[in-house]
Design a protein around this ligand. Structure first.
Ligand SMILES: Cc1ncc(C[n+]2csc(CCOP(=O)(O)OP(=O)(O)O)c2C)c(N)n1
Ligand SMILES: [Mg+2]
Length: 895
């Protein structure tokens, strides 16, 4: 049977050595080539042999894995120029202080939380970086960008403490931030704006953002906006459990394709996540190796520490390597929760030859057989190889032990992740293990330890950072501001469009074109699309501004003979991410944080589907707020009834509500061209001229209609979120508010009320219920806290109080959105919105279905007038017949 299946046959053959003599001859020949002509020639010959075998019909299955040993053999390791002894002692102090800050916080109250075991496993990985690789920005170097694993933050604080950047008081305020002066639980630039650059603790976001930061650095260099990016690296530290997040691995193909050799991932493979092993029955390092290699990355495995070198050198038959290969991670974890005798019995004990190999080693010697990620020499060699590597991104897969040094209190144990309290005995053991000079009678308090400033350790520590440009992490809070042109740059949008019908999406594209053309500002504008440029009518920009491609355009585009052909270019300005909203969002973040990371203000506009595009990347938007990214997010073809035919998954009726929850996100739902122009202009001014740490979310629609001219004096109201669009004079009986395209239904409703019932309505454009609410809440809070002061009034109240009649608001969003201002509306307030699942149909049908069309709005106005006693209830019933409003119609929320 086996013989009849060629594939199985060749696999079977590959595993069985039928002629060891012949094998040896081939291997000897190869060794001779390596010796005399080098590894590259050997590689060439092997490829030739493989090719020949394939062409001769052999089925050679693809194998993405290499053996379960270090990628860099001992003889090829770069040696660290550092003082290993001093570095070891510094690392011991860092380990202690990082642990102490968590333990001390939890001695006060377990409410503080924190993590010990993660940094315990990654201390060496960070330390080698800090001592020899991570470059801070200085005059000659733009600075590396380092993504620190979120819950390893205590270790980073511990270093800043030794460096003198933080005091004991700071460490004692770990996770106690209220009142100021505390240290944030995780890297949060919002809370520590001079310190942290990248929020990473929502796992998966760090790796994804790091990839796009690395590519954006190349974009800036290719576009000659950054002149010197030579040697700058993006380092991303992540957990092995974290790599299961789709975001972590989702863009590694892009990094490979784009040959991002300025990018280095360091995956701390401590084999554990929160609940248990990452791959108990397999090997996470091998899994990751295969995936990264397949994606075109340079993979460096740092599995075994130097103590294994001698054993591996003696492993001429490959039995030790075989044993390393066959043991699964669940067992590797257990070994390190036990002792040397256990490892002898369970690891080496499987084969008598291996037992023999370690016969002259004590149990303690066996226990000291270290893992690569805890060996500074191995880690140094890997980093040195990574920074020198050209043409590919590098991932370093470092094997470590979760809770290293915690002993019985957690080392290698299932509960390691959650361990935040160490009793006096565990503290003593920790102290002894790392030789920290703290007396017995003090150790239970876990006091911090800092050697004298003139000690060799402290001098060394400072010298190393000085040589690498200064301290890290550090965040630049500002970059040179841009001069924003006058509003007249958008002049055409402020005028009436006359008979010309346009959607706000088209208006946006015109506005973007005006900005791109601007001599001062144009080059800083970054248009970003996730394969939707044609949807939004932006394809005209392709030819003119080019789509960024690191290699230019290697093909003649199919539409080369058209005016707006698809043009890729090395200096292209547009970032076209294909169908990857998460990637496009990371582009936007990279551009929006360029002021902080590269000292240059970039102006990103990312336009995407406001529904699935938005829902996919909500967490990144929150992180963008934390990072104080500046720029414009454009929710394209928005609204539950405006994006007509597309249906349930496309139609957005709630993005404003959610975006409004991000404290520094300013949102608008404009209707007319002039509103959009004024909002964008004000945004440019606030973010890039004034340097405010806000960003904008603006919805634009695909419904075509004519646009009036900017009403006199409306600017301020447009920005505040409400202005009177049409005044019906002193006889107004009702006030109608609308936003987005539904404002047009509101305008029609006013006409219906006047024509059919002679009722005059004031019409208001509510460009932002979110902004109105923020203003109102601010005023309410002030009133609450100043009981004896004259009451202040909200902007909404100031607008509406002088008018007459009940107030009705209608939007293309859920009712909760206009409801945001209920507290500030001085009279009866009725809201109409689009609660429920969307569906496909024409706009008119959808608006009737969701009860937001002009008839429903006019009807709601009549009803509230009747409730106020202003008109007879019979009139309302009569309107139902006249406007075809069915009282038995099913509620759209349940349909
Ligand atoms: C998106 C997300 N989901 C869940 C968590 C909660 N969480 C914090 S740490 C952790 C385990 C991390 O394991 P690993 O990535 O292996 O890191 P290690 O601590 O082992 O270095 C989890 C589940 C989170 N921070 N982010
Ligand atoms: Mg882990």
């Amino acid at each position: 049977m086996i013989a009849s299946n060629p594939s199985l046959n060749s696999q079977f053959a590959a595993n069985t050595d039928t002629d060891p003599e012949e094998t040896r001859e081939w291997l000897d020949a190869l060794a001779a080539v390596i010796e005399t002509e080098g590894v590259e020639r050997a590689h060439f010959l092997i490829e030739k042999l493989v090719d020949k075998a394939r062409r001769s019909g052999a089925n050679l299955p693809y194998k993405a894995n290499t053996a379960y040993i270090n990628t860099i053999p001992p003889h090829a390791e770069a040696r660290s120029p550092g003082d290993a002894g001093i570095e070891h002692r510094i690392r011991c102090y860092l380990r202690w202080n990082a642990m102490a800050m968590v333990v001390r916080a939890n001695q006060k109250s377990t409410e503080y939380g924190g993590h010990i075991s993660s940094f315990a496993s990654s201390a060496t990985l960070y330390d080698v970086g800090f001592n020899h690789f991570f470059h801070a920005p200085d005059r000659d170097h733009g600075g590396d960008l380092v993504f620190f694993q979120g819950h390893s933050a205590p270790g980073i604080y511990a270093r800043a403490f030794l460096e003198g950047r933080l005091t004991e008081e700071h460490l004692d305020r770990f996770r106690a931030e209220v009142g100021g002066g505390g240290l944030s639980s995780y890297p949060h630039p919002w809370l520590m704006p001079d310190f942290w650059q990248f929020p990473t603790v929502s796992m998966g976001l760090g790796p994804l953002m790091a990839i796009y930061q690395a590519r954006f650095m190349k974009y800036l260099a290719d576009r000659k906006i950054l002149l010197n990016t030579e040697g700058r690296k993006v380092w991303c530290f992540c957990g092995d459990g974290e790599m299961d997040e789709p975001e972590s691995m989702g863009a590694i193909g892009l990094a490979g394709r784009e040959k991002l050799d300025n990018l280095i991932f360091v995956v701390n493979c401590n084999l554990q996540r929160l609940d248990g092993p990452v791959r108990g029955d397999g090997k996470i390092i091998q899994d990751l190796e295969a995936e990264f290699r397949g994606a075109g990355w340079n993979v460096i495995k740092v599995i075994w520490g130097s103590h294994w070198d001698a054993l591996l050198a003696r492993d001429t038959k490959g039995l030790l390597r075989q044993r390393m290969e066959e043991v699964v991670d669940g067992e590797y974890q257990t070994y390190k929760a036990k002792d040397g005798a256990y490892v002898r019995k369970h690891f080496f004990g499987k084969y008598p030859e291996l037992l023999e190999m370690v016969a002259n080693m004590s149990d303690e010697d066996i226990w000291h057989l270290n893992r690569g990620g805890h060996d500074p020499h191995k880690v140094y060699a890997a980093y040195a190889a990574a920074v020198a590597h050209k043409g590919q991104p590098t991932v370093i897969l470092a094997k470590t032990i979760k809770g290293y040094g915690m002993g019985r209190a957690g080392e290698g144990q299932m509960i390691a992740h959650q361990q935040k309290k160490l009793d006096a005995e565990a503290l003593k053991a920790f102290r002894d293990r790392f030789n920290i000079p703290i007396p017995d009678d003090k150790v239970h308090e876990a006091p911090y330890y800092k050697p004298a400033e003139d000690s060799p350790e402290m001098i060394y520590l400072q010298e190393r950072r000085k040589a690498l440009g200064g301290y890290l992490p550090q965040r630049r809070k500002e970059a040179p501001h841009l001069q924003i042109p006058e509003l007249s740059i958008f002049e055409t949008m402020l005028k009436s469009s006359e008979d010309r019908e346009m959607s706000t999406t088209m208006v946006f594209v015109r506005l973007l074109s005006s900005l791109l053309r601007d001599k001062a500002l144009g080059r800083y504008v970054v248009p970003i699309v996730p394969d939707e440029a044609r949807t939004f009518g932006m394809e005209g920009l392709f030819r003119q501004y080019g789509i960024y491609s690191s290699v230019g355009q290697l093909y003649e585009p199919q539409d080369a003979d058209t005016v707006m052909f698809y043009r890729e270019d090395k200096s292209g300005q547009i970032l076209e991410e294909g169908i990857c909203e998460a990637g496009a969002m990371c582009d936007w973040i990279a551009a929006g944080t360029a002021f902080s990371n590269h000292n240059v203000q970039m102006i990103p506009f990312y336009i995407y589907y406001s529904m699935f595009g938005f829902q996919r990347v909500g967490d990144l938007m929150w992180a963008a707020g934390d990072m104080q990214a500046r720029g414009f997010l454009m929710g394209g073809t928005a609204g539950r009834t405006t994006l007509a035919g597309e249906g349930l998954q496309h139609q957005d009726g709630h993005s404003h509500l959610i975006m409004g929850a991000i404290p520094n996100c300013i949102t608008y739902d404009p209707t007319f061209a002039y509103e959009l122009a004024i909002i964008v202009h004000d945004g440019l001014r606030r973010m890039y001229q004034e340097g405010e740490n806000v960003f904008y979310y603006i919805t634009v629609m695909n419904e075509n209609y004519t646009h009036p001219a900017l009403p006199k004096g409306a600017e301020e109201g447009i920005i505040k979120g409400l202005y009177k669009f049409r005044d019906a004079g002193k006889d107004e009986a009702v006030q109608l508010l609308g936003s987005g395209t539904i404002l047009r239904e509101v305008i029609k409703a006013a006409e219906l009320l006047e024509a059919d019932y002679g009722i005059k309505a004031g019409i208001w454009s509510a460009t932002s219920f979110n902004q109105l609410r923020r203003d109102g809440l601010e005023v309410s809070r002030w009133n609450l806290l100043h009981p004896e002061q004259p009451r202040k009034t909200s902007y909404v109240e100031r607008c509406l109080a002088p008018t007459a009649g009940p107030v009705v608001a209608a939007t293309d969003y859920v009712k909760a959105y206009p409801d945001l201002i209920r507290e500030f509306v001085p009279r009866r307030y009725t809201v109409l919105g689009t609660d429920g699942f969307g569906r496909s149909d024409r706009r008119s049908a959808l608006r009737r279905f969701f009860e937001v069309d002009s008839h429903y709005i006019a009807f709601a106005a009549l009803k509230s007038l009747a409730d106020e006693g202003g008109i007879e209830k019979t009139k309302v019933s009569e309107a139902m017949t006249r406007w075809n409003i069915d009282p038995d119609k099913a509620n759209p929320i349940g349909c």
